[in-house]
Structures are given as C-alpha cells and as structure tokens.
Design a protein around this ligand. Structure first.
Ligand SMILES: [Fe+2]
Ligand SMILES: [Fe+2]
Length: 317
C-alpha cells in the first residue's frame, strides 16, 4: 500500500456538506459526516456483498469510444502513431474495476456525454504520460491513473448545473465542487478500501501545488496526483463546454498550463512531458525546452470560474 501524503492530518477536518448515495440510491453517508478513517471503514463494512469486477475495455463500447476520442483533432498529435495506441490499449486492457464503478462511468454516456468523454480521455492521456514520468512505478500508476474515475462524483451533481451555459451561483458552485468528496467516498466504497489511491486522486485532483485549490487547499507534491491534475486541466481547456462554447486551441491551452506551472500551481515536470508529447520531434524530458512566450488567444466567451453572485457571498470560515 502506498503511504498517505504528508497533508493527511487535515483529513479529520474534512466534512461532506451533502449526503453521498450509491448508484442504486442507498445513502452511504449523511450530510455533515466527518470523513474520518473510522466513518469510512464503518461505511465500507456495511457492504458485505462480494466485489464483482469487469475489464474496463470490455465494458459496453468503452474501447471503441476511447479510440474514437483519440482520433479527434486535439489528441492526434499525442496519439499519432499505431504503436503508441497499441501500447496504450495493452496497458489499459489490464485495468479491471468493480462493476458498480463501470456502470457509473457508463451512466455518463447517456446523460452527460462531455463528462463521459472527459473521463476516458483524461484516463488515456494520464496512462500514456505516466510512462515518461514514473517508469519504475508504472504498474502502480496504471492502478491510479488508469481508471476513468477522477470526476465520478459528478454523478451526484444535477445535470442543469453541469451543463449550465451561464455563470454558476455560489451555491451551485459549492455543489459542483463537492464532486471531489462524493467521488472520494464512492471510490472508497466501491473498492472497499478507505485509503484507496484512486479515491485520493478523485478527492485531490482540484488541489494545487501552491495550496490554491480545493477541497482542502493543501499543497500537492505527489507525481501520481499531479499527473491527473494536469491532464484534467488540459482536457477541460481543449474541449468545448456549455460555459465556453469555443474551446482553447492546443497551443493556447499548453501556454495556459505553462503559465500555471510558472506561478507554482502545477508540476513543471508533468507539463514538460505533456508539451513534449504534443511535439513532432520528441526529446528526453531533461532536454525538453519550454518557451515562456504567450502568443495564443483564449476564447472570448469563456465563463469558467465566474461566479454570478460572488459579491453577495460572505467569506467562508
Ligand atoms: Fe473535477
Ligand atoms: Fe475533470
């Protein structure tokens, strides 16, 4: 088992604001539960049925969907040759997950196709980039970044919030942000493991290196989580969303992530690997030079991060 991060002591202060329910509707934890080890273990012990698992790529049309997504413009530069795809598919083929989780992932295919696509592309890109970041721990990385589950907690976010084309109110933003904790609880439950690393990725993928993220505002310094942090941001930028009908072009998206690395929010190493894989001529990471020049133009109609009633909100204690 992998060691918990140094920041783990903050765990005792983490409280869910909303109840978390399993896919069949049963409440797993009520609102205001402290996410302590003890409470998570108690929740898990209530699930006595044997864990049934299935292979990710054998479930529904997931395999052909991933291949189709990687063929789209913004990903072609990274997954440009047959050998890369075959290698990726061979690694993803090993990913076996609890059936309840696979069913949850597949639910998004029906009711929120953007999130379904996002889960699969972040998982594929993270799996590929892991080869260059942690060669020595690659099988562990596959268990962590391979499962397309970092945003699984969005299953509890109402669809009209997920797809709202205008700025969210602060209440709606709080509901959206809660997907990190909902995902954490659900994955601990599905894997029957209160310190499951995939669950920690779901909990921490909106945290930042400088402590400016959420839900805890802790400083992240863990390659396994930072990899998903960067691929998550990158995929969100290059995809069109209801709040941003035109996506960032690839160049501007990479410049934006470079800017985040410059101000210490995300990992330089991961950003370099991502930029290198987007280039025609790839070099070893030590030789990868990144220009700090910004020439790209972000899309004009981007409402990301704008809160409708921000001035009305009182600061949270
Ligand atoms: Fe997220
Ligand atoms: Fe995400």
């Amino acid at each position: 088992m992998l060691p918990e991060s140094e920041n783990e002591h903050a765990m005792s202060e983490l409280i869910i604001e909303y109840p978390v329910c399993a896919t069949e509707g049963r409440e797993l934890l009520p609102a205001q539960t402290v996410l302590s080890d003890e409470n998570l273990k108690k929740m898990i012990s209530g699930n006595q049925s044997p864990i049934r698992t299935g292979r990710l790529l054998d479930f529904g049309s997931i395999k052909s969907d991933i291949l189709e997504f990687l063929d789209q413009d913004n990903y072609l530069a990274v997954f440009d040759n047959r050998e890369t795809r075959q290698r990726l598919m061979a690694r993803m083929m090993k990913t076996e997950l609890p059936l309840s989780l696979l069913e949850s992932i597949y639910l998004f295919r029906e009711y929120d196709f953007y999130t379904y696509r996002h889960l699969l592309t972040v998982s594929a890109l993270s799996t590929l980039l892991a080869e260059y970041l942690v060669k020595d721990r690659i099988s562990i990385m596959d268990d962590i970044v391979g499962p397309p589950s970092h945003d699984i907690g969005k299953i509890a976010v109402p669809i009209d919030i997920l797809n709202k084309p205008t700025p969210l109110t602060s209440d709606e933003h709080n509901i959206l942000k809660h997907h990190t904790l909902t995902g954490y609880v659900l994955l601990c439950y599905y894997f029957r493991d209160p310190v499951n690393i995939t669950a920690r990725v779901a909990r921490d993928h909106h945290e930042r290196r400088d402590g400016s993220g959420y839900p805890r505002g802790i400083r992240i310094d863990d390659t396994m989580i930072e990899l998903v942090i960067v691929t998550d941001i990158y995929d969100a930028l290059i995809s069109s969303r209801p709040y941003r009908p035109s996506s960032y072009d690839k160049r501007t998206a990479l410049e934006e992530i470079t800017r985040m690395a410059e101000i210490g929010q995300v990992s330089w190493n991961v950003v370099k690997v991502l930029i290198n894989q987007n280039r025609k001529k790839r070099v070893s990471i030590g030789d990868c030079l990144v220009s700090l020049e910004k020439r790209g133009v972000p899309p004009p109609d981007n409402l990301y991060g704008i809160i409708a009633d921000k001035d009305l909100c009182k600061p949270k204690k």
